[in-house]
Design a protein around this ligand. Structure first.
Ligand SMILES: [Zn+2]
Length: 408
C-alpha cells in the first residue's frame, strides 16, 4: 500500500472531507479515464455509495460525462466516466519577447495556439491581451471556458495580487489580473513560470507520486519552482525559489536584478551567448536557438559555450540539492535539446553535492518549455475546481472521514 499523492491540489487540512473526496474522484477520473464507478471506489478506497453521489453531482455540473460502455465476459456492462472535453481553459504564457495564447481542454490538449510580441507596458498588455483572448474565446462557441491561467517571468505576490519581481520583463510591479478580469468577466489566475512548470509536471507529467521535486527553468533568466512535501512552496511575498539571484561571484557580471555575479548570469541562455561571443570573432551574435544548431552541427566554440553553461547550471544546482534535497530535479529549457551531451556535466555536479544517501534523479521535462508553461497554467485554473478547496452545496451527502485515499 502506498499513499496517493493529492497534495498537488494544495490540500488544506481544514477542508471538509467531502470536498477532499470530490477532488480525489475528479483527479482519479482525470488520470484514469475512462473509468467505471466500481474502479473509482476500488482505487480510491471510498465507499461505492460515496462515489455514486460524487459522480452524480459531477455529471450534473457537466464536469464529467459518460464514456464508452465497457464489456465484461458476463454480467452487467459497466458505464465508464470521463472528463467533459467541452470544458476549456484559456492560457497565456507571458515571456519577455513573445506572449503565447492557447485554448486548452481539461486534459491539457491545445485546440488553438497564437502568439504576439509582448507589449512594452502592463497597460498596453491589458488592452492587447483582452482583445486577443476575446477573439480566441469567440472562435470556440462550442466550449465552456472555466477561466484564464497565466504564467509570468516573475513572482506573484498573492496578498498584494501583483507581480513583484520580473527583472527580465523590465516592467515595474504590475497587476494584470484585476484589469483582465474586469475586461473579460472571467477569473484569471497568475503564477510564476517555474511554478507553472512544477504544476505541469505534477498534473500532466510522470510526477504523480513525487512529493519532493524541484523544477529549474533556464531561458533568458533562471527560475526555480520548489515542490516540497507535496506542496508548491511560495514563501514570503511569493519570492521562494529565487536561487537564480544568489551571487556566486560578487565580482561577476552585472545581473538584471541589479546585483553582480548571480547564478543566472553564469547559467542562463544569455550566459551561453556571452561565452560564445568571448571566444568567437563573430560580429552579429546568434540567437540561443542558432547556438544550439551550431553545436549540433559540431561547432567547437558553440559546444564549449554550452559546456560552460552546463557547468554553471550544475554548480548552482548544488545549492538546491544541499538546501531542499529533492527526489527529482527537472530541467525546462531549450538547452535540454543537447541533454545527452550536457546531462553528465550536470549530474556529476549534483552527485558531488549529495552529503549522504542517493543523489536525486535529474531529467529534462516531458514537454518543451512553452508547452510546459501553458500546461501548468491549465493546471492553475483546474486546481481551483479539482482541488479539495472547492466545497459545493449538495444535499444528502454523507461526508466520509477519509482525508486521504489509499491505493494498492
Ligand atoms: Zn540577479
Amino acid at each position: 500500500m502506498r499513499r496517493m499523492n493529492f497534495t498537488d491540489t494544495q490540500v488544506a487540512t481544514s477542508e471538509t472531507a467531502r470536498g477532499i473526496n470530490r477532488g480525489i474522484v475528479l483527479n482519479l477520473i482525470r488520470r484514469r479515464q475512462p473509468i467505471s464507478r466500481a474502479d473509482l471506489a476500488r482505487v480510491s478506497g471510498l465507499q461505492r455509495s460515496t462515489v455514486s453521489l460524487i459522480t452524480e453531482q459531477l455529471i450534473r455540473e457537466k464536469w464529467v460525462i459518460y464514456g464508452p460502455t465497457g464489456r465484461l465476459p458476463r454480467g452487467r456492462r459497466p458505464t465508464f466516466l470521463r472528463l467533459n472535453e467541452r470544458r476549456a481553459i484559456l492560457v497565456v504564457d507571458l515571456r519577455p519577447e513573445i506572449t503565447t495564447f492557447a485554448v486548452s481542454d481539461v486534459n491539457g490538449r491545445f485546440l488553438s495556439l497564437q502568439g504576439m510580441p509582448t507589449p512594452s507596458s502592463p497597460e498596453a498588455a491589458t488592452a492587447k491581451f483582452s482583445a486577443k483572448i476575446r477573439q480566441m474565446v469567440d472562435s470556440h462557441p462550442e466550449l465552456v471556458f472555466e477561466g484564464i491561467g497565466m504564467s509570468v517571468p516573475g513572482r506573484f505576490n498573492d496578498s498584494r495580487q501583483r507581480v513583484v519581481f520580473a527583472p527580465n520583463l523590465k516592467w515595474p510591479e504590475f497587476d494584470l489580473r484585476e484589469p483582465l478580469e474586469k475586461a473579460l468577466g472571467m477569473r484569471v489566475e497568475v503564477e510564476n513560470a517555474a511554478n507553472a512548470c512544477v504544476l505541469a509536471e505534477v498534473w500532466f507529467g510522470h510526477a504523480e507520486k513525487t512529493r519532493d521535486m524541484v523544477v529549474i527553468t533556464v531561458s533568458e533568466g533562471l527560475g526555480v519552482g520548489i515542490f516540497s512535501n507535496g506542496r508548491l512552496i511560495r514563501g514570503l511575498n511569493g519570492m521562494a525559489g529565487e536561487f537564480g539571484h544568489v551571487p556566486l561571484d560578487v565580482d561577476g557580471p552585472r545581473c538584471s536584478c541589479g546585483g553582480r555575479g548571480c547564478w543566472e548570469v553564469f547559467a542562463s541562455n544569455r550566459a551561453a551567448l556571452r561565452y560564445y561571443h568571448e571566444s568567437s570573432a563573430a560580429g552579429n551574435g546568434p540567437s540561443f536557438q542558432d547556438l544550439l544548431s551550431l553545436a549540433e552541427s559540431g561547432d567547437s566554440l558553440a559546444l564549449k559555450a554550452l559546456d560552460r553553461m552546463a557547468h554553471a547550471i550544475g554548480r548552482g544546482t548544488r545549492m538546491i540539492v544541499a538546501g531542499v534535497a529533492p527526489e527529482e530535479i527537472v530541467f525546462v529549457g531549450e538547452f535540454t535539446r543537447m541533454w545527452k551531451r550536457l546531462a553528465p556535466v550536470i549530474e556529476s555536479e549534483v552527485a558531488a553535492a549529495v552529503l549522504a544517501g542517493e543523489p536525486p534523479k535529474v531529467r529534462p521535462a516531458g514537454a518543451e518549455p512553452s508547452v510546459a508553461r501553458l500546461r501548468g497554467s491549465v493546471a492553475l485554473v483546474l486546481q481551483k475546481h479539482f482541488g479539495p478547496s472547492i466545497v459545493t452545496e449538495n444535499r444528502g451527502f454523507a461526508a466520509s472521514s477519509q482525508a486521504e485515499a489509499r491505493v494498492q
